[in-house]
Design a protein around this ligand. Sequence first.
Ligand code: NAD
Length: 351
Amino acid sequence: MKIAVLPGDGIGPEIVTQAVKVLKALNLNLEMTEAPIGGAGYEAAGDPLPDATLKLAQEADAVLLGAVGDWKYDKLERHLRPERGLLRIRKELNLFANLRPALLYPELASASTLKPEVVSGLDIMIVRELTGDIYFGQPRGISMLENGEREGVNTMRYNESEIKRIGRVAFEIAMKRNKKVCSVDKANVLETTELWRQVMIELSTDYPEVELSHMYVDNAAMQLIRAPKQFDVMVTGNIFGDILSDEASMLTGSIGMLPSASLDANNKGMYEPSHGSAPDIAGKDVANPLATILSAAMMLRYTFNDEVNAGRIENAVKKALAQGFRTADIWTEGTSKVGCSAMGDAVVAAL
Ligand code: NAD
């Protein structure tokens, strides 16, 4: 099993080191090769997605990524910025389905900014479309109008087959869970998402056991805070999913707890934490590596079909939390604060 390991920038190398440590402790037959991406790619080869990195990722069965980005690259031309490397690799590998579970570990109920009774028992899977929508739609750009003022344009676009394939992923996942799909759109205002809603309804006839509901994105943002346990699987487009999944992360205590998987049509996947490169805490050994470690568990489950070892990693994370180990972002009175590397060690010990 070949894994391309792309640590990236900021806290990326620290958290990926912990996930690699956990994978190695499982003693599986994994071939892991590292390559630079994002700012690190720009530094190494003048390109946020160097050709060699893309080739490695294309030839691998799965990609384990840290995070990309740093404020010091904000002045670079747009195509050279770290985030472009990330958008390009998702597009090049055709990773259209982004799975972001928001699961609250009972031990962390008090770390959430919401009341424990609102979030305890929370288990939501957000399915976000990743290769279309306003992030990729043409035309786009900033241009000069005839009257001399500037105008910015982005285009929200989805075709039927793009909506269908992400819808299918959501329905299939719901079949293995509580059989509820909530499709999030803004069909009252945006035609693109009016089509989204129509296609979801058509698709639902293939899944009579699944209960399909619809919600406008503004209401969904509110309901996620008001009564998040009403949701099982949420499916939505790229931009709404980007925002809602970050919102959902706070239900679980910290964005440092949230893994993600991005899959193509054959379950080849890229696995990464939902958070960014956190330049504010990079290099200080304080970042929470659990989102990345849990992403490695998702890799074993979705790409390598290894439910047993995925479960072993998840149980080891639970055990480390039950033993009271906490990084700073999830620390509460009475628990023991550890650094990034010590948290990785705690998970390995629990394994
Ligand atoms: P961020 O997610 O990096 O950080 C937001 C806040 O959460 C910060 O206070 C940070 O310290 C904290 N945080 C994030 N991950 C943490 C962890 N594992 N443990 C403890 N605390 C953690 O978002 P940002 O500050 O908006 O962006 C910083 C950089 O990351 C930017 O360059 C942005 O473009 C990039 N970014 C990258 C990705 C990605 O690689 N997938 C996603 C989002 C943002």
